[in-house]
Design a protein around this ligand. Structure first.
Ligand SMILES: [Zn+2]
Ligand SMILES: [Zn+2]
Length: 246
């Protein structure tokens, strides 16, 4: 498997086709609206034209990732570390105060530059802010004994609800395993016994015939998606999806 530099494509993809301005994304839409010239830049909801998503060899990638020094897979970004839950988040530039999106603790914004992984792809948000807030309020309304702090979030009009990109790894695997063991098959023999009335009766007794078995099993796995977040519990990250990986 070989590497391919995708950076330029990604950057070009985020520039307006009309005027070249950098685009921002509006959750719930399938396009990037340019705030300068108004052009709607549609986001491709299909695989690339050749239907091929570049995969990277696991071992080669692991070596390249050591210390995150390889610029093909990482870039320098401003990262805020939450001292309460340990989550790392990226904030928009110029944000000077915020709460952790995972545990709602106030973040100490120390403007640290860190090398972080460059995503291969991004799935746009399908629920916009208004809808997300409505769904959350609806859900919270059904919960008895919700903590007051939690309810306050809905009562006060603020921007505490935040969209967060959650990292996922996608794996393909060719798996082969060899096995050696014993395989047992049941068989029955007819025996006789005396029942409680003193009569002789026949019954079936189960026995196992063991014989040596060995073999080789080959299997292929495609697009096994595993959360890369240590902050979001698996029971929640498992609910994101399904992933249409083609
Ligand atoms: Zn434009
Ligand atoms: Zn936190």
């Amino acid at each position: 498997m070989s590497f391919e530099e995708k950076t330029s494509e990604i950057e070009q993809g985020l520039k307006c086709q009309g005027c070249g301005a950098i685009l921002t994304y509006q959750p719930g839409t399938s396009y990037l609206a340019c705030s300068y010239c108004g052009t709607r830049n549609e986001i491709a909801d299909q695989l690339p034209e050749d239907g091929h998503i570049e995969s990277t060899d696991y071992k080669v990638f692991g070596q390249a990732m050591e210390g995150l020094a390889d610029e093909r897979y990482s870039y320098l970004a401003e990262v805020v570390h939450c001292s309460n839950c340990g989550a790392n988040s990226r904030l928009n530039p110029h944000v000077t105060a915020d709460l952790c999106a995972f545990c709602a603790s106030p973040l100490v914004i120390d403007h640290q530059q860190k090398r972080i992984l460059k995503p291969h792809g991004l799935v746009p948000f399908s629920v916009d802010y208004k809808n997300a807030f409505r769904l959350l309020t609806q859900w919270a309304g059904k919960i008895w004994f919700a903590p007051n702090d939690f309810k306050r979030i809905f009562n006060s009009r603020n921007d505490r609800l935040k969209g967060v990109y959650v990292p996922f790894w996608s794996y393909d695997a060719d798996v082969q395993s060899d096995y050696v063991g014993s395989r047992g098959e049941y068989y029955y023999v007819t025996r006789t016994r005396r029942n409680s009335d003193g009569e002789t009766e026949e019954y079936e007794e189960r026995r196992t015939n063991w014989y040596p078995a060995s073999g080789s099993i080959y299997s292929q796995f495609k697009d096994i998606v595993i959360s890369g977040s240590t902050s979001l519990p698996e029971k929640f990250s498992d609910k994101i999806g399904p992933w249409n990986l083609g």
